[in-house]
Design a protein around this ligand. Structure first.
Ligand SMILES: *[C@@H]1O[C@H](CO)[C@@H](O)[C@H](O)[C@H]1NC(C)=O
Ligand SMILES: *[C@@H]1O[C@H](CO)[C@@H](O)[C@H](O)[C@H]1NC(C)=O
Ligand SMILES: *[C@@H]1O[C@H](CO)[C@@H](O)[C@H](O)[C@H]1NC(C)=O
Ligand SMILES: *[C@@H]1O[C@H](CO)[C@@H](O)[C@H](O)[C@H]1NC(C)=O
Ligand SMILES: *[C@@H]1O[C@H](CO)[C@@H](O)[C@H](O)[C@H]1NC(C)=O
Ligand SMILES: *[C@@H]1O[C@H](CO)[C@@H](O)[C@H](O)[C@H]1NC(C)=O
Length: 245
């Protein structure tokens, strides 16, 4: 019995189904491992992360993070920019980013490993972030001594003083600046064309984050992809039932 291309297709579809099932896990009451962490609650309790929370929500990054925190054996470290940090950004800095780039910016604030404050001094720089693995480094550098740690992106350096939470599997450290990666905010080669010009040029005075709410299709791609995958799976399910019977 040769391994037919069809079985390979079925196998990969099965794998992608399990991935999708995982991604949808929040609907099911997970059989709690060692006490799952409610990352949203940690931030809400912090009281000064309204912008960060709404960005995580808008880009649908929350599920991915909580899933990873609940399932990773390494834990996670997150640098949470305060509302103050976001309001100190140049106006339009966020709105100039595409949805994908906003996700990258958020992922850049996360390390796929739990670090206590003192362990941040033992890392070897640059430390990969959740955004690493794409073109560019997307790393963070940590320097300092004793209880004083600085994190640097090359464009921005800020102190990491206190932890909002520092219990495995999740460490959350507030930062007073948004960590701007060189990959998004560094000097671009002259050939790169500027981001799409804003159509509403008159809104310079009030560039609130709600401006981006009008941007089209935030989550449509993934939902569409899921539907296609499910359709294929059902279709092939029928095919294989046909073969077996
Ligand atoms: C997590 O915390 C948020 C904010 O406090 C709350 O709305 C949500 O219901 C919590 N989720 C769970 C599963 O406890
Ligand atoms: C997340 O976004 C949904 C709509 O997309 C909204 O109903 C919900 O209140 C938001 N939650 C938070 C914590 O911002
Ligand atoms: C992770 O655990 C938190 C807290 O119970 C829960 O709110 C969240 O839905 C879980 N996420 C996933 C993807 O299982
Ligand atoms: C940390 O950064 C601050 C500026 O934000 C600077 O004054 C201080 O010297 C830096 N400390 C170390 C250990 O690099
Ligand atoms: C980060 O640290 C590495 C290794 O020490 C160094 O090569 C690199 O230039 C540093 N980058 C920044 C942005 O400080
Ligand atoms: C923008 O946000 C500021 C506070 O951050 C608020 O005072 C102002 O009314 C908002 N403007 C608009 C157009 O929403």
């Amino acid at each position: 019995m040769a391994t037919s291309p069809l079985s390979l297709v079925l196998l990969s579809l099965f794998l992608s189904l399990s991935l999708h099932a995982q991604a949808q896990a929040p609907a099911a009451p997970a059989p709690a491992p060692s006490g799952p962490v409610n990352f949203t609650a940690v931030l809400v309790k912090g009281g000064q992360f309204v912008t960060f929370i709404s960005l995580l929500n808008k880009t649908q990054t929350f599920n991915q993070i909580e899933n990873q925190i609940n399932s990773s054996s390494e834990g996670m470290t997150i640098f949470a920019p305060t509302d103050n940090a976001f309001s100190n950004l140049k106006s339009g800095a966020l709105n100039g980013l595409s949805q994908q780039q906003q996700v990258q910016l958020l992922q850049y604030h996360m390390l796929p490993k739990f670090y206590s404050l003192s362990n941040l001094l033992l890392v070897s720089n640059p430390v990969p972030t959740q955004a690493s693995g794409q073109e560019g480094v997307w790393g963070l550098n940590f320097t300092g001594q004793s209880n004083q740690v600085n994190v640097s992106t090359g464009l921005v350096e800020v102190q990491v003083n206190n932890a909002l939470r520092q219990d495995f599997p999740l460490a959350v450290y507030p930062v007073d600046k948004v960590l701007l990666p060189e990959e998004l905010f560094g000097v671009k080669p002259p050939s790169a064309s500027p981001p799409a010009p804003a159509t509403k040029g008159s809104s310079s005075g009030k560039s609130n984050s709600s401006d981006t709410a009008a941007e089209p299709s935030p989550g449509k791609n993934s939902a569409g992809g899921r539907n296609v995958a499910l359709g294929l799976i059902f279709g092939l399910g029928f095919v294989s039932v046909g073969i077996l019977s």
